[in-house]
Design a protein around this ligand. Structure first.
Ligand SMILES: [Zn+2]
Length: 332
């Protein structure tokens, strides 16, 4: 087997994968049964509710695909089962490591507290042997300051006990990153590492704010390529970008893979990793995303290896875990 193929089959790491956007049809069926309401729809019908249409370039169609899976993620039993299943599906694909993220405040429709949601996901994740960290997402929005502060508090409380970091997700175009300075100052003060979704719907100023707050990683960050000075700042900072190419196509950010500024980022010395974002919504997984980039940009074996090593060095974990992943990649 060729080196590239061996790397893709045995060394993938996904640092940016949302749990609620990554439910397989089998998982949805299992979660519906847990609620005592087995689904009667066909697999095809369920998949059409979970995934965007082929060729989707529309943010509202994309965001619409989270409503259905979230309706199955409202009890502790469902959250545990889901976390375990998503991890097992990743393990079966040959992943070395994954950081699964979710927003505890999105799982309160039936009265769970954020803390109960976090405890349930931690318990379910522990049932799968795939090495993982959980990232808790705050949400951009209006009137949820208290909820976001609670998410930060929980990230601190469960840091090293299943949780590895904090994030903020949601409508970046409507609620600028700059508005969340206090929230991340609080996270920094508590010693909680964080990544921030930035430079996706909003431009370079959003990434600048995330760097100013002390983000070690940036979710997407692709619009940094619009600003050469920012590219230099990113390269100097050593912050890792979490690119999710197919997601960017589906939300209408880029028309095709060729438009993803991977070459510009690599040429500028910016650290880049490739990730899935939402496996069910975009009908993909990290290996597939790496394959798209390798084919579109004719990546050499060394370049592909470099992307995997960037991911291994960028995980929110101790040096020992990073070294172990790097050795596994080196031995392929
Ligand atoms: Zn994301």
């Amino acid at each position: 087997m060729k080196e590239k193929e061996r790397l893709l089959q045995t060394c993938c790491i996904d640092l940016h994968v949302h749990m609620d956007g990554s439910l397989s049809v089998e998982t949805v069926r299992a979660l519906a049964e847990l609620a005592g309401k087995p689904l009667t729809e066909t697999d095809l019908e369920i998949r059409s509710k979970l995934s965007v249409s082929r060729g989707c370039r529309d943010l509202s169609e994309y965001l619409d695909k989270f409503v259905y899976p979230l309706s199955f993620l409202q009890t502790a039993g469902q959250l545990s089962e889901c976390a375990c299943r998503v991890k097992e599906e990743l393990r079966q694909k040959g992943l070395l490591y994954a950081e699964l993220r979710f927003a505890p405040q999105s799982h309160r429709q039936k009265g769970l507290s954020q803390e109960q949601a976090v405890q349930a996901v931690i318990a379910g994740a522990a049932r799968s042997e795939l090495p993982t960290g959980l990232i808790l997402c705050c949400m951009r929005g209006q009137g949820n300051e208290e909820e976001n502060r609670e998410t930060v508090r929980l990230a601190r409380k469960y840091l090293g006990k299943g949780v590895c970091a904090l994030d903020i997700a949601g409508a970046e175009g409507l609620f600028p990153t700059e508005e969340y300075e206090d929230l991340f100052a609080c996270a920094a003060e508590l010693g909680v590492p964080f990544t921030i979704h930035a430079g996706e719907a909003a431009g370079p100023e959003s990434v600048r704010a995330a760097l100013r707050f002390g983000a070690k990683r940036i979710g997407h960050g692709v619009r940094s390529a619009e600003d050469p000075a920012l590219l230099r700042q990113l390269a100097d900072s050593g912050a890792l970008l979490e690119l999710c190419p197919t997601s960017n196509l589906h939300t209408g950010l880029f028309p095709d893979y060729e438009s993803v500024p991977l070459r510009a980022l690599l040429d500028a010395g910016v650290k880049v990793s490739i990730n899935s974002d939402n496996m069910a919504v975009s009908h993909t997984w990290v290996g597939e995303e790496l394959r798209h980039m390798a084919e579109t940009f004719s990546l050499t074996d060394a370049e592909l290896r470099g992307l995997l090593e960037n991911a291994a060095r960028g995980i929110f974990a101790d040096e020992e875990t990073k070294d172990r992943l790097l050795r596994q990649i080196e031995n392929v």
